[in-house]
Write a protein that binds this ligand. Structure first.
Ligand code: AMP
Length: 300
């Protein structure tokens, strides 16, 4: 058994200063699982509609991602998100969220997937995240991501979930929104008081911080010259981080630190192309090369 992820599998429409794309492959579970697939076996629990292009199913299967838990809803429409970025690529502005098949989704974890090594509750309705958590034997690591949309619309469900997870990943504006604290150290401390052992706060091109009751760690983002589309950076970071932790099967301080670097490296690839295009283009050797370069850049 390996990594199980529940999250969105989506068709995104994106506007950035570098171009527009319509109905391209997106979704939190999609980015996560493609990134994590470089480290360990991943299975998805999610739903799509009949309009979900077959070529995307083939693409996910091609990455050896398990789709036994991906429901194709008869007559349903795939979740759609549209967003835009201004020149500040750190902030996504949501134009529209159409939940479609996720409105009445009742996730069923196939029995064969109910004992994962690691569970990742990717960004989706916290009630769906909780439903999946209830159906599995609790693994060694349960990590969770969310988004302003759910913090705003499902705060009570989200808070309840926090007590049941080990690592929460949020971006800095979500951490501030949830905690009501401007300062991220204070925000992190408050978030951890809700139950998770640790919180990872993603700051886009400013890097990422890890904060637990015992320690904290700061990792800069890998410096890039060309960023085309930041969509999915957070989920891809999670895929690298959780994928690495799953592969090594340990969560000591050193493992967490290395995992955060792998997360940062994977995210740096994701933003170099629209949708998951760049992630499909790289190999383990590219990841290792960037990892070594990152070490050199940050050593002092
Ligand atoms: P990220 O840029 O890593 O925060 O995640 C981007 C992905 O999240 C996009 O591909 C969207 O399809 C997906 N997404 C956007 N809004 C939501 C939402 N409310 N619930 C679940 N997934 C979403």
């Amino acid at each position: 058994m390996s990594i199980l992820v529940v999250g969105s599998v989506a068709l995104d429409s994106i506007r950035t200063p570098f171009g527009n794309r319509k109905d391209i492959l997106g979704g939190s579970a999609t980015y996560f699982s493609i990134a994590a697939s470089f480290f360990d076996k991943v299975d998805i629990v999610a739903a799509v509609g009949e309009d979900f292009p077959k070529k995307y199913i083939t693409l996910l299967k091609g990455k050896n991602i398990g789709l036994e838990g991906l429901e194709i809803k008869k007559g349903g429409k795939t979740f759609r998100w549209s967003g835009k970025y201004e020149y500040d690529l750190n902030t996504a502005h949501t134009i529209a969220t159409h939940l479609n098949v996720f409105k009445n989704f009742d996730p069923k974890v196939p029995k064969s997937l109910s004992r994962p090594k690691v569970l990742f509750l990717a960004n989706i309705d916290p009630d769906l995240q909780a439903k999946v958590l209830r159906q599995i034997k609790r693994p060694q690591i349960v990590a969770c991501d969310s988004m302003n949309y759910w913090i705003e619309n499902k705060r009570a469900s989200f808070e309840k979930l926090l007590d049941k997870i080990d690592i929460l990943l949020l971006n800095e504006s979500e951490a501030r929104q949830f905690s009501g604290e401007l300062n991220l150290v204070k925000a992190a401390r408050l978030i951890v008081s809700f139950g998770p052992k640790a919180v990872v706060i993603k700051k886009g091109e400013d890097g990422v911080i890890y904060f637990s009751k015992r320690s904290h760690f700061v990792a800069p983002a890998y410096l890039l010259e060309n960023v085309y589309d930041p969509t999915g950076a957070g989920d891809t970071f999670a895929g690298g981080m959780i994928g690495y932790l799953s592969r090594v099967g340990k969560t000591g301080d050193n493992d967490i630190r290395k995992a955060m670097i792998y997360g940062s490296i994977m995210a740096s690839f994701a933003v170099e192309g629209f949708s998951v295009n760049k992630l499909l283009d790289i190999s383990v050797t590219d990841i290792r090369r960037r990892y070594d370069k990152y070490r050199k850049i940050t050593r002092f």
